[in-house]
Design a protein around this ligand. Structure first.
Ligand code: ATP
Length: 340
């Protein structure tokens, strides 16, 4: 069988170093993927290309699947987020972020097994802003019934396929009665009409966050609009060891891009100390996606082998500094490879 072609974007900041470490682990696990390397972000600008080059878009259109390192987004000025541009270009409307306790990574929280499903295309996170007059700026929160229905259906279908028990929507529909009201109403409709067997709950986001930090184990799937999903993902990462251990996937109808929840971490870039695990876990999600639910597929087997190896690595106490260990990026990759 010919190796599957997958686009690889190293990204900015810690992107190149964690990507290198992840590729070494995949190679050592015998994963056969024909990578098409593409640029995006500051690294593309540095080469005189657009921030999201046409060649990168064309490659993702052709191969349908990408593994992506983080891309830096300038704060308060400059170009708009490459991550947002990619999600919009390919209509990657469903972001999925599993947040689970890992063996050997002690935190204040136990039995955390959350899946965050984030609507990825609308809301304030779209960054549709303008200056009405000097000193007065505005940001538009757009919600469409089409996108709300699409993510609600996706979430309930996902919950059914994965045999998850409940979906909780966090919202602020008491204040944003139209936009968050629509998101909540549509999710409730899909639940009642098509998925009555899945437990459906809702919480106003402020109170929901309070309950979440008291005991995250009382939640299963969280369904959130775009900006809430962004914020709550990082909050939940804190339950299980931080941004170094939470992977993610962005799914559309045809394309899928796998990337860690964290950003480009410029403060630690180039120091070989970043944790490559979140990107490695994202690569495992990618392999399972390529396997298309066939557990006998070589991709599913490689995914399981890598997962078992990083679990054992952590159990043995071999960790990067963000998890209280002493290993650097490369040494952590070596430790995983030694346990494959
Ligand atoms: P960006 O602008 O690209 O989002 P950022 O620094 O604002 O970058 P993150 O990259 O998400 O946001 O990182 C926040 C902090 O978390 C970083 O300063 C870094 O110390 C830490 N961090 C993020 N990812 C990792 C990682 N993989 N390993 C270790 N620490 C990380």
């Amino acid at each position: 069988m010919a190796a599957r072609k997958v686009v690889l974007i190293e990204g900015d900041g810690i992107g190149p170093e964690i990507t290198k470490a992840v590729l070494r682990v995949l190679d050592a696990a015998g994963v056969e993927i024909d990578w098409t390397r593409c640029d995006a972000g500051i690294s593309a600008l540095d080469k005189g290309e657009e921030v999201l080059p046409a060649a990168t878009i064309a490659a993702i259109k052709e191969h349908k699947v990408a593994l992506k390192g983080p891309c830096t987004t300038p704060v308060g000025e400059g170009f708009s987020s490459v991550n947002v541009q990619l999600r919009k270009t390919f209509n990657l409307y469903a972001a999925v972020r599993p947040v689970r306790n890992l063996p050997g990574v002690e935190t204040r929280y136990k039995n955390v097994d959350l899946i965050i499903i984030r609507e990825n295309t609308e809301g304030l996170y779209s960054g549709v802003e303008n200056e009405i007059t000097p000193g007065v700026v505005m940001s538009m929160k757009v919600a469409t019934e089409k996108a709300c229905l699409r993510i609600a259906r996706w979430a309930f279908r996902f919950a059914t396929q994965r045999q998850r028990k409940s979906i909780t929507v966090f919202h602020k529909a008491n204040i944003m009665k139209l936009t968050d009201g629509l998101f909540l109403r549509v999710a409730d409709l899909i639940h009642q009409r098509d998925y009555p067997n899945i437990d459906f709950r809702s919480a106003i986001i402020d109170a929901g966050c309070m309950r979440l930090v008291q005991d995250p184990s009382q939640f299963d799937i969280l369904l959130l609009e775009n900006l809430y999903g962004d914020v709550v993902s990082d909050l939940c990462a804190g339950f299980v060891g931080g941004l170094g251990v939470v992977p993610g996937a962005n799914y559309g109808e045809e394309e899928a891009i796998f990337e860690a929840v964290h950003g480009s971490a410029p403060d630690i870039a180039g120091k070989n100390i970043a944790n490559p695990l979140a990107l490695l876990m994202s690569a495992v999600m990618l392999l399972n996606y390529l396997a298309e639910n066939d557990k006998t597929s070589i991709y599913a087997q490689a995914a399981e082998k890598i997962r078992a190896a990083y679990d054992q690595t952590l159990l043995d106490g071999a960790k990067t500094r963000d998890l209280g260990g002493e290993l650097n990026t490369e040494e952590f990759a070596d430790a995983v490879i030694a346990r494959l």
